[in-house]
Design a protein around this ligand. Structure first.
Ligand code: NDP
Length: 435
C-alpha cells in the first residue's frame, strides 16, 4: 500500500496473488533471492498520454490514455484496451498484473499488459468514437507492435473501435501487421474470437462440475452483464443444457423465469451491441421477465453463477446469498468481479470457484491464436479453432488441479491458477538473471 498509494484495485490484486504464492515459494530460495514476486508486481513500464479530440459540437475534449506493459518474460505484452469513465492507472495496473498470470496459464507465449482511457463511449456518435480512437492510436502506435505489445478489446472496446484503431495504425506506420487482436474477419481477425471468453468460461465451469461427477444439464445459471462475455457465456450454458435466468447492465438486472434461450440472447446482442440500448428494455420484449433497478442478480436462487460484467460487482454479502441459496459453482467471466471478502466466503463454503484469470482466459487464448494466424498470413478453420479453445481451457483446468488440490481432495482453483501462472513467468525471469 505504501508503495502504491491511491491504487486500491492494484493493491487488492497483488495481495490476493501474494497470499497464495507465499506458501509455494516458502522453501524456494531462488524466487526470494531474485525478488521475483516484487519484480512482477512492478510494471516494466507505464505510458500515460493526452488524448485530444473534437466532439460533434466542435468542442475540444481532453482525455487521459495509458498503456501498462507489465511483464514480457514469456512473450510480447498482450492485454485489452478499456474505454470507460472508471478507468484509472490503478485499474489498469491491476488488470495488467492479472493478465500476466492469465496469459501464462494459457500455455501460449504471451506477456501481460493492459491499456485504456477514461473516455465514455456511451452516447457518443460513431464519428466521435472514430475521432477518439484515431487520436488514441496516434500516440499509442509508437509503443506497440506485433512483436512488442499486441492490444485487444475490453469493456467499451469492441470490433468497431478495434477497426478504427487498426486503420489508424496502418495509416501512420504503412504496415499491415497483427498489432491488434479482435480484428474483423475481413482484415486478419480470427473466427471464434468474439465468442471465446464467454464460451471458455463455461467450458471451465463444465470441467469443474465434471470433477464432482456433475454437468450443466438442467442447471439454473445466474449471469451478470449483457456485453460480449455475458451473452456468449449465456449462449454456451444454453447449448450445454442449462437454463439462464438473469442478465444485467450498470442500471440493474432482468430475471426471466422462463429462461433466456438463444432467440432471447440474439435479441439482447442486437439490442445492447448494435442498438447500444439498456437491458431494462428486455421486459418490454419479453413481458414475463422482471427488471430490478440498481441491483446485481446474486439474490436469485441458482445452481451456478457467472459474473461477467466488471470488477468488484460481487461482494461478501452477495457471495453469502449465493451460497445460502444453494449455488454450487462460480466461474468468473469478468476480471476480478468478486471482492476479497466474497472469495473468502466461497473458499470457506468449499464450493467450486474459478477465478477470472483461469476461467476467462479463453479470449486472450484465441487472441494468441489470431497472432499466430497473422504471422502465418492465413486463417484457420472454425472447427479447428473451436477444438483448440476447448483444449486450452481443459489445459488451464489441469494446471489449476496440479497446484490447487488440497490434502482433503478439494480444489482451490484460485491458488492453483496463481501458482501455475506465477511459476511459468518466474522460471523465465530466473533464466534471464537480474534484468
Ligand atoms: P462489454 O463492454 O461488452 O460489456 C460489459 C458489461 O458489463 C455491460 O453489460 C455493462 O453494462 C456491464 N457493466 C459495466 N460496468 C458495470 C457496473 N459498474 N455495474 C454493472 N454492470 C456493469 O465488456 P466485456 O463483456 O468484453 O467485458 C466484461 C468483463 O469481462 C470485463 O471485466 C472484462 O475485463 C472481462 N474480460 C473480457 C474479455 C473479452 O474477450 N471481451 C476477455 C477477458 C475478460 P452497461 O452497458 O450498462 O455499461
Amino acid at each position: 500500500q505504501k508503495r502504491n498509494p491511491g491504487q486500491p484495485e492494484f493493491v487488492q490484486a497483488v495481495q490476493e496473488v501474494a497470499q497464495d504464492i507465499y506458501d509455494f515459494i516458502a522453501d524456494k530460495e531462488e524466487y526470494h533471492h531474485y525478488q521475483i514476486l516484487r519484480r512482477i508486481a512492478e510494471p516494466d513500464r507505464i505510458v500515460s498520454f493526452r488524448v485530444c479530440w473534437e466532439d460533434d459540437n466542435h468542442n475540444i475534449r481532453v482525455q487521459r490514455g495509458w498503456r501498462v506493459q507489465n511483464n514480457n518474460a514469456i512473450g510480447p505484452y498482450k492485454g485489452g484496451i478499456r474505454f470507460h469513465p472508471s478507468v484509472t492507472e490503478s485499474v489498469l495496473k491491476f488488470l495488467a498484473f492479472e493478465q500476466t498470470f492469465k496469459n501464462a496459464l494459457t500455455g501460449l507465449p504471451m506477456g501481460g499488459g493492459k491499456g485504456g482511457a477514461n473516455f465514455n463511449p456511451k452516447g457518443k456518435s460513431d464519428h466521435e468514437v472514430m475521432r477518439f480512437c484515431q487520436s488514441f492510436m496516434t500516440e499509442l502506435y509508437r509503443h506497440v507492435g506485433a512483436d512488442v505489445d499486441v492490444p485487444a478489446g475490453d469493456i467499451g472496446v469492441g470490433g468497431r473501435e478495434i477497426g478504427y484503431m487498426f486503420g489508424q495504425y496502418k495509416r501512420i506506420t504503412n504496415q499491415f501487421t497483427g498489432v491488434l487482436t479482435g480484428k474483423g474477419l475481413e482484415y486478419g481477425g480470427s473466427l471464434i474470437r468474439t465468442e471465446a471468453t464467454g464460451y471458455g468460461a463455461v467450458y471451465f465451469l463444465a470441467a469443474m462440475l465434471r470433477g464432482r461427477g456433475l454437468n450443466l444439464e438442467g442447471r439454473r445459471a445466474v449471469i451478470s452483464g449483457s456485453g460480449n462475455v455475458a451473452t456468449h457465456a449465456a449462449e454456451k450454458v444454453v447449448q450445454l443444457g442449462g437454463k439462464v435466468l438473469t442478465l444485467s447492465d450498470s442500471e440493474g438486472f432482468i430475471h426471466d423465469p422462463d429462461g433466456i434461450d438463444q432467440e432471447k440472447i440474439d435479441w439482447v446482442k442486437a439490442h445492447k451491441t448494435r442498438r447500444r440500448g439498456r437491458i431494462s428494455k428486455y421486459v418490454e420484449a419479453f413481458p414475463r421477465a422482471t427488471f430490478h433497478p440498481n441491483l446485481p442478480p446474486w439474490g436469485v436462487p441458482c445452481d451456478v453463477a457467472l459474473p461477467c460484467a466488471t470488477q468488484n460487482e460481487l461482494l461478501g454479502m452477495d457471495a453469502r446469498a449465493l451460497v445460502s441459496n444453494g449455488c454450487i459453482a462460480v466461474a468468473e467471466g469478468a476480471n476480478m468481479p468478486t471482492n476479497l471478502e466474497g472469495v473468502h466466503v466461497f473458499k470457506e463454503a468449499r464450493i467450486l470457484f474459478a477465478p477470472g484469470k483461469a476461467a476467462n482466459a479463453g479470449g486472450v487464448a484465441v487472441s494468441g491464436l489470431e497472432m499466430s494466424q497473422n504471422s502465418e498470413r492465413r486463417a484457420w478453420k472454425e472447427a479447428e479453432l473451436q477444438q483448440l479453445l476447448l483444449d486450452i481451457m481443459e489445459g488451464i483446468h489441469a494446471r489449476c488441479l496440479e497446484h490447487g488440490r488440497q490434502p482433503d481432495g478439494h480444489v482451490d482453483y484460485v491458488k492453483g491458477a496463481n501458482i501455475a501462472g506465477f511459476k511459468k513467468v518466474a522460471d523465465a525471469m530466473l533464466a534471464f538473471g537480474v534484468v
